[in-house]
Design a protein around this ligand. Structure first.
Ligand code: ZN
Length: 191
């Protein structure tokens, strides 16, 4: 009887260890395709836009993951440099009054042959992206947040709740407005 109890305790400990060691559920969602040239020292362009400072801030946020919030093992290779021409860029931002489209931001994917699955997620790796910010749209977040969200799409992330990639990001309340560890983990997984 005593021996049996000991066995039970051993089994319980084993179960606990297995539970602790169980793989974490990935708290992000990937498109499954990515920028061919990667994300390190790539180039972005801002077309004629009243949102230039928001866009620059959004890119800067991706480039500079706060080392005081996230440790060295939570940094990414993302570094996009601003270019005055869109001829060799990987990410171009535009803003305009695109009308009552139902979206505040939209990302389009291209390769050398042109648009990939225009208006939807790409079906293969891509060489550059276009992120459009719709000045006609009503939203409850800053344009910096929305530009950062679109950049996340350009880098290969799909929507995921409680992160910068939350699909409800334009609705505002109680959503992260900056890059979260989930977003970082997703990018680290992709590149
Ligand atoms: Zn989105």
């Amino acid at each position: 009887m005593k021996k049996k109890n000991k066995l039970t305790v051993t089994s319980l400990v084993a179960v606990c260890l297995v539970t602790i060691a169980a793989p974490q559920v990935f708290a992000y969602s990937k498109i499954g395709y990515k920028l061919v040239a990667g994300v390190k020292d790539r180039y972005y362009y801002v077309g004629a836009s009243s949102l230039g400072s928001n866009i620059d801030a959004a890119v800067s946020n991706w480039n500079n993951i706060d080392p005081l919030t996230y440790f060295w093992q939570d940094q990414t290779d993302v570094n996009f440099i601003k270019s005055s021409s869109n001829s060799t860029t990987q990410l171009d931002f535009y803003s305009d009054y695109y009308g009552n489209t139902g979206w505040a931001g939209m990302t389009y994917y291209f390769d050398s042959a042109g648009a990939i699955n225009s208006g939807g997620y790409p079906t293969k790796d891509y060489t550059w992206c276009q992120a459009k910010l719709n000045l006609s749209a009503s939203h409850n977040n800053s344009w910096t947040t929305i530009a950062g969200h679109e950049m996340g799409h350009a880098l290969g992330l799909m929507h995921y709740t409680n992160s910068l990639m939350d699909g409800d990001i334009t609705n505002g309340s109680n959503l992260p407005t900056g890059i979260t560890l989930d977003d970082i983990d997703g990018i680290r997984d992709i590149y």
